[in-house]
Design a protein around this ligand. Structure first.
Ligand code: UDP
Ligand code: MG
Length: 310
C-alpha cells in the first residue's frame, strides 16, 4: 500500500490536539493507504508536546519532532517535508481550520494523477475585514509582479506527490514561503474547494506586522520588480526635473528673477526625500534577505524526535 505522510505544524495548540486527532483518524482509516503523522512542535511554550506524546500512546504511526524554538510555520512545514517518507504528503493546519475530511478529496485527485493538489478556500468569512482586504491586495500585487502564478485562496493545505516533495526539499533558500515554493516547482496541478472553519481553540498567531513581513517575504522571494521599479521612478523624476529646469531658465530670461517659490521647493525636496527613503528601504529589505541567505545557518534545529527510524 502507498504511504501517506500527514504533516501538522503545532505552535501552542495544546487545547486542540485531542479534537484534531478525533477527526483525523476516521478519515485516515478510510483511505486504504498506510500513513504516518508527522507532528512538528514549533517551539510551543504550553503543553502541546505532552499532548502529542499522549496521543502517540494510541498510535505508533504518529511521530513527533520538537524544534529547538519557534521557527515559524513555514519552517515547521519544511522540517515536516524533510522528514516525510510518504509517496505523498499532506500539509494542514493543526487548529482544525483545515477540515481533515477534505483529505479524502485530495487523495482522490492524487490517484487521478495530479501531482500537486491545492485545497482552495471557498471563502474568507473567518478572516477579519482588514485581513481580507490585505490578502486581496497581496494577491493582486503578487499576480501583477511575481514570476509565478499562485492560485488565489490556495494556502498551506495541499497534497504533494513524492516528486514535488523532493523538488521542494532540494530548494536551497532560507526564505520558505511555502505557497510560492509549491507554485514555483510546477508539476501537474489540481484544486479541491473547501470551507475554512473558524478556529476551534486558541488564537491566531498573526498580527498586522507579522502579516506585512510575511507578504514581503513572498513578494521579494518571487519578484525583483520592487527593486527595479526605482530605475523607472528615477528616470521619470529626472525627465520632469530637466523639463522644469528648462522652463525655469526660460522664465528667468523672459520674465526676470522671481524670488517667491518656497512652496514648490519644499514640495520637491519632500517628495524626492520620501522617494529616496522608500527606495533605500526596499533595497534594505532585499539586502537583509540576501544577508540571511548568505549566513547559511541551518533552517531549523531539532531538539527531540520521537518515532523516526534514524
Ligand atoms: N504555527 C506554527 N508556528 C508558528 C505559528 C503557527 O507552527 O509560529 C501553526 C499553528 O499551530 C497552526 C498553523 O500554523 O496549526 C496556522 O497558524 P494560525 O492558525 O495562527 O494561522 P491562521 O490560521 O490565522 O492563518
Ligand atoms: Mg488558523
Amino acid at each position: 500500500m502507498p504511504l501517506l505522510s500527514i504533516i501538522l505544524p503545532f505552535h501552542n495548540e495544546s487545547g486542540g490536539v485531542r479534537a484534531l486527532f478525533r477527526r483525523l483518524y476516521p478519515v485516515l482509516g478510510q483511505l486504504e493507504m498506510d500513513y504516518e503523522i508527522i507532528c512538528v512542535d514549533d517551539g510551543s511554550s504550553d503543553a502541546t508536546f505532552d499532548a502529542l506524546q499522549h496521543e502517540r500512546q494510541f498510535d505508533q504511526r504518529l511521530k513527533i519532532v520538537r524544534l529547538a524554538r519557534n521557527f515559524g510555520k513555514e519552517t515547521a512545514l519544511t522540517c515536516g517535508l524533510n522528514l516525510a517518507r510518504g509517496d505523498a504528503a499532506i500539509t494542514l493546519d493543526s487548529d482544525l481550520q483545515h477540515p481533515p475530511e477534505v483529505i479524502a478529496a485530495l487523495v482522490a485527485k492524487w490517484r487521478e494523477g495530479v501531482e500537486l493538489v491545492y485545497a482552495i478556500r471557498a471563502n474568507r468569512d473567518t478572516d477579519g475585514k482588514l485581513r481580507r482586504l490585505f490578502s486581496r491586495a497581496f494577491y493582486a500585487v503578487f499576480r501583477t509582479i511575481a514570476d509565478i502564478q499562485m492560485p488565489e485562496g490556495a494556502g498551506d493545505f495541499c497534497l504533494l506527490d513524492r516528486k514535488v516533495i523532493d523538488a521542494i526539499n532540494a530548494l536551497p533558500e532560507r526564505n520558505r514561503f511555502m505557497k510560492g515554493l509549491t507554485a514555483w516547482v510546477g508539476f501537474r496541478r489540481g484544486t479541491v474547494p473547501f470551507d475554512v472553519a473558524p478556529r476551534d481553540t486558541g488564537a491566531s498567531h498573526w498580527n498586522f506586522f507579522r502579516l506585512v513581513r510575511f507578504a514581503f517575504d513572498g513578494l521579494s522571494g518571487f519578484s525583483t520588480f520592487p527593486l527595479r521599479i526605482w530605475t523607472w521612478c528615477g528616470a521619470l523624476v529626472s525627465v520632469g526635473a530637466i523639463s522644469y529646469a528648462f522652463y525655469l531658465i526660460y522664465d528667468t530670461l523672459v520674465n526676470g528673477v522671481d524670488v517667491p517659490g518656497y512652496a514648490s521647493i519644499m514640495v520637491a525636496i519632500l517628495f524626492l526625500g520620501g522617494l529616496q527613503l522608500l527606495s533605500l528601504g526596499i533595497i534594505g529589505e532585499y539586502m537583509a534577505r540576501i544577508f540571511v541567505e548568505v549566513k547559511a545557518r541551518p533552517l531549523y534545529l531539532i531538539a527531540q524526535r520521537i518515532g523516526f527510524d534514524k
